[in-house]
Design a protein around this ligand. Sequence first.
Ligand code: SF4
Length: 362
Amino acid sequence: MERRSSGTKAARKALLAWYDTNRRDLPWRRTRDPYAIWVSEAMLQQTRVETVVPYYERFLARFPDVASLADAELESVYELWAGLGYYSRARNLKAAAEKIRREFGGALPPDAEALRTLPGIGRYTAGAIASIAFDRPEPVVDGNVERVLARRLGIRRAIPSRDVSKRIWDEAARLAAGPRPGDLNQALMELGATVCLPRVPRCGECPWRRGCDARAAGDAESLPRKAPRARQKPIRAAAALLLRGGRALVVRRVAGSLLGGFFELPGVELERGEEPLEVLPTRLRERLGVRVDGLEGAGAFTHVFTHRRLRLHLFRGRCDAGRIRLRGYDRHRWVSVSTLGSLPSSTLTRRAIDALVGRAGS
Ligand code: SF4
């Protein structure tokens, strides 16, 4: 036990010294404002640092504090999020800002347990905010930390697994239970992002090279081992870019449904064996209340969700002049093709728009 604690102390010291010299200068590292740190953490989930920087700066310029975000229209929050994807993060930020104002007097609570009662804040984000903004000794484990610690500890069992996850969180907690927990956590993530890289770790530059089990065994590249993924169910759908008077029809999914509140191109799901061009005119008429003419195929692509693999067939066509009467959507808009890409929409819809009108639609 004593040996482990002196090993932890030395590992912590080496990591912090490395971080002090090698840390990247990022905008959210120049502040201790819990709100700004929270926004950066929400944006950094699933998104690369270089992509996040301009979004973070624009977001904070428009919504500089909890109150301004709580007061904002959800649609204007989505507009600033357009292009980052995973819009549930934006929706949760806004909902959490309202709750912070209602239940915490307008300031983020410093305690990780209290932070976890907020929408969109799980164990990782709570630990990040509590340690970075409030100096609490809370651990964080993201994909980078998982990789670094699995290699350092020489964990060769496949993940995800509850035992392995517990071991990694326990080790992260031991490391964070010392001086400068926020910097320690950021150092761990930074080491994973810049040195302990997934395919080719740069062990020669690593402050932990002496105590690293995987380096000594020569199998760092193969860790962490991942359990094979469950097979995704194949599904099919069709979506159409429909023009009237040079403007494109977009429809909004009903609030509360999957991807509710997002705009998309009108579309339908396809049953097995159905030919899209045979069923699309009738189904679109049912959903939109108007006749659709001149449908032409415009390619197809595959989009992979966690449990499903969607083949989306794309079409171009025209809408007649009738009045739109929606089914399964709650709103429609006619927009210029050049502004299609700036609507609040899912990653799937953005891919469809890119395929149909090119990046000019972004
Ligand atoms: S020595 Fe290599 S494998 Fe081990 S933590 Fe450092 S970079 Fe990763």
